[in-house]
Design a protein around this ligand. Structure first.
Ligand code: CU
Length: 140
């Protein structure tokens, strides 16, 4: 009986790990004061269908949005993005200068050296929980 429940637990664990998207190198750039923190990561789609990242939330942020940095006529800014599609079998990087998560009103949990949980909501109705490392302005 004990062995059976261990197997059941292992099965559940591997099912939980089989997320449609693999998220790696997840980190926030924490800036002094109440300045917004940018969130970066790489998303790898291991499935045969396109999956979009359609939203995000974290208790380390008052609000967490998807942004894309832009450069229009020499003016740099950012636009809000509804979703970012990760094509089947492909990889999309959220990186400085491109797509990023924008953490507005970081809470006290956003501390350099800490790891904060982020929930990425996917277009297929599932969500991926990811631990983001909090780094300083220089990315260290
Ligand atoms: Cu932004």
């Amino acid at each position: 009986m004990k062995q059976l429940s261990l197997i059941a637990l292992l099965l559940m664990t591997s099912a939980a790990n089989a997320a449609p998207l693999d998220i790696t190198d997840a980190w926030f750039r924490a800036l002094p004061g109440k300045l917004p923190a940018g969130g970066y990561f790489t998303a790898q789609n291991n499935t045969r269908r396109d999956i979009a990242i359609a939203g995000a939330s974290s208790d380390a942020c008052g609000m967490l949005m998807i942004h894309q940095s832009s450069n229009k006529g020499g003016m740099s800014g950012m636009d809000m993005v509804e979703k970012v599609t990760v094509p089947a079998g492909a990889k999309v990087a959220f990186a400085p200068g491109g797509y990023h998560l924008m953490c507005e009103s970081p809470t006290l949990k956003m501390k350099i050296g800490a790891r904060v949980p982020v929930l990425l909501n996917l277009s297929d109705g599932t969500a991926v929980a990811v631990a983001f490392a909090v780094k300083g302005a220089t990315g260290k």
